[in-house]
Design a protein around this ligand. Structure first.
Ligand code: COA
Length: 257
C-alpha cells in the first residue's frame, strides 16, 4: 500500500506532534481553540487571534433546539436511543449553503472579488456593486446576508469585527463584505450581514481557504449538537417528537379503479 502523506500530525510510540508541536506541551499550555486554529492553519494563533477564533466558535455553537441542525439531531435521538453518534451526524448533515454553510459561498465570493479588484485595478466597492447587480439579474441570493430571526441586524457580527480589528486581523475581506452590504441596501433593500458572512470575511483575512467557512461552523456546532442530544436522551421519552402532517394527495383509490 502507498504511504499516506500528511502535514498535520506525526504520531509514534514516543511522540505525538501537531504541526510540529508536542501534544504534551499543547495539553499543558494551549487552549482547545489554539489547537483548532493550529490544525486548520500552519501555526498557533496570536492572543488576539485566539480570542477572535474563540468568539467565532462560541457564536456558532448553538442557536436553539429549532435550528435545522439541532432539530435534526433531536429527531434522530428521539427515534434512535442507542447511537448519539448517529444523532450528532444527523445534525451535521443538515449543514449546507442554506444553514450554517453559507460562509463557504461567501468566502468564494470574497476571494474572487479581491482577485478581480487586484487584477483589473478597480476598487472593492466597484467589484461589490457588480456582484450585487449580477446576483439581482440572475435572481440568486448573496451568501452571508439575511437571517430568518435577526432580520434587521445580526448582533454577533459587530462583536466579531471589533475583535478582528483588536487582533490586527481585519483586512480586505471585511472591507469587501461591508461594501457588499452597502450595495445590497442600494440595489435590493437593507439586508444585514449574518454570522456566516462575518465568519467568511474573517477567515479570508486569516488566509484560510473557502471550505473553512463550512468546516469551522461544523466544528463549533458539534458542541451544541452534543448538548442537544444529551438533553433529548436525559429528559424526553423515546419517539416523543410527533410532527403534525396534513395529507393533501389523491383521495383513497377504490379496488381495481
Ligand atoms: C437566510 C434567508 C434564507 C432568509 O430568507 P427570508 O426569511 O426569505 O428573508 P427576508 O424575508 O428577510 O427577505 C426576503 C426578500 O429579500 C431577498 N433576500 C433575502 N436574503 C437575500 C440575499 N442573501 N441576497 C439577495 N436577496 C436576498 C429575497 O430575495 C426576498 O425577496 P422576495 O421576497 O422579493 O423574493 C435568506 O436571507 C438567504 O437565503 N440568505 C443567504 C444564505 C445565508 O446566508 N444563509 C445563512 C443564514 S444564517
Amino acid at each position: 500500500m502507498d504511504t499516506w502523506r500528511t502535514a498535520i500530525v506525526d504520531a509514534g510510540p514516543d511522540h505525538i506532534r501537531v504541526r510540529g508541536h508536542d501534544v504534551l506541551d499543547l495539553m499543558r499550555h494551549a487552549t482547545f481553540t489554539d489547537v483548532i486554529f493550529l490544525l486548520h492553519h500552519d501555526r498557533l494563533p496570536s492572543p488576539g487571534e485566539r480570542r477572535l477564533m474563540d468568539a467565532i466558535l462560541v457564536g456558532v455553537a448553538d442557536h436553539g433546539a429549532g435550528a435545522p441542525s439541532c432539530a435534526a439531531a433531536r429527531l434522530a435521538a428521539s427515534g434512535n436511543r442507542q447511537s448519539p453518534a448517529a444523532a450528532i451526524a444527523a445534525g451535521v448533515l443538515t449543514i449546507g449553503d442554506e444553514h450554517g454553510g453559507a460562509g463557504s459561498g461567501c468566502m468564494e465570493l470574497i476571494i474572487a472579488g479581491l482577485e478581480q479588484a487586484r487584477r483589473d485595478g478597480v476598487s472593492l466597492e466597484a467589484v461589490a456593486d457588480r456582484n450585487v447587480a449580477d446576483a439581482t439579474a440572475a435572481k440568486t441570493r448573496l451568501p452571508g446576508f439575511g437571517h430568518r430571526v435577526h432580520s434587521t441586524i445580526d448582533p454577533r457580527v459587530d462583536v466579531l469585527f471589533t475583535l478582528a480589528h483588536d487582533a490586527g486581523v481585519a483586512g480586505d475581506g471585511i472591507r469587501f463584505v461591508r461594501a457588499l452590504e452597502i450595495a445590497i441596501a442600494r440595489r435590493i433593500k437593507p439586508i444585514p450581514l449574518n454570522i456566516d458572512g462575518a465568519l467568511a470575511a474573517i477567515l479570508t483575512d486569516l488566509g484560510l481557504p473557502a471550505m473553512a467557512g463550512k468546516l469551522i461552523f461544523i466544528v463549533g456546532r458539534v458542541a451544541g449538537l452534543s448538548a442537544e442530544v444529551l438533553e433529548e436522551y436525559a429528559r424526553e421519552k423515546p419517539m416523543r417528537i410527533k410532527i403534525p402532517v396534513q395529507y393533501d394527495g389523491v383521495p383513497p383509490v377504490k379496488n381495481g379503479q
